[in-house]
Design a protein around this ligand. Sequence first.
Ligand code: NAD
Length: 360
Amino acid sequence: MTMKLTTDSSFVFYSLPGRVVFGEGCLATLATEVEALGAQRALVLCTPEQREVAERVSRQLGERSAGIFDQAVMHVPIETARAARVRAAELGADVAVAVGGGSTIGLGKAIALDSGLPIIAIPTTYAGSEMTTIYGITEGGVKKTGRDPRVLPRTVLYDPTLTLTLPVSLSVTSCMNAVAHAAEGLYAPDGNPIMSLMAEAGVAAIAQALPRLCHHAQDMAARTEALYGAWLCGKVLGHVAMSLHHKLCHTLGGSFNLPHAETHTVVLPHALAYNTPAAPEAMARLARALGSASAAQGVFDLAQRHGAPVSLRELGMQAADLDRACDLALQNQYHNPRPLEQAAIRQLLQDAFEGRRPSV
Ligand code: NAD
């Protein structure tokens, strides 16, 4: 997995702070972790669907639980963020414990952005938000994203037992979402050998875990490996810039309301095929991690073999909207290993719409 350094290799490395507690049953350490932050009153955040697990978390906290706010939803509407901030203030909370996927952790971030409240994240999907300073809040139908160090969780508890309930279909697309972070990390302009190590190891862990997890959703060893891979991929997302793939997914999710993890799953093979001629070393490492001859085909096969959607059509995208999606994705310039070429990106979207297996 090592990278060959040459005399003109130079890079900058930094690491965001944060404590990670990893392992089966580590939820049991939550009260100690709250105490270690010097906090007394934790507000537990969750979606309405995950109320039960939030109650378990609240019980773990004992007298340090201030209550539960169970209204987290996708894309963090400003109204929900405001209601959660009010609830946290009313209860005198001095820490937020976000148990759930990117939507719930995103709500925690929206509270922290406003109040500086520390967050303990307990991820139950593979999306990786817990490892980043990136936040998003939707106001008047527009999702604004930004980076702020205040929203980075102070402590993250990765307990794979909490992922056992994640439906297999969502597990697959969420894993592909994680793979997307690592894939773009491998050709990031501000990448470095350490991030590339994490990216490759993260993808390899996920590629090895997915078949076992799909065969038996309760396979604890597979769940552990997948969560470990997701952590590494999330770490990469938190440290280096993303490129064309994330831009396309942001556009498709934001302007056409396509579902987050599924959109990443469908677009990734095509974004990688587009970038293949311009990023040979990144693609070789990714292919190696996937155990495939080609990075783009490898991610396509990984998704398709495990029953994930492979076309934008399946996600409800309209063919008539592809031109507009292409224009929106090209509105601002951003880094990408291969220059952004209008006709080729329009073709990329067409391929993704139809769910074609990449030819490279
Ligand atoms: P999600 O948080 O929206 O969860 C999807 C559904 O699955 C919810 O109903 C949730 O309650 C349920 N769920 C989650 N874990 C479960 C489990 N273990 N068992 C049963 N049900 C479970 O999905 P997501 O893909 O994790 O997050 C997507 C959101 O996160 C998007 O809005 C995306 O933009 C954001 N995100 C942000 C970052 C960042 O760095 N800021 C990174 C990745 C994703």
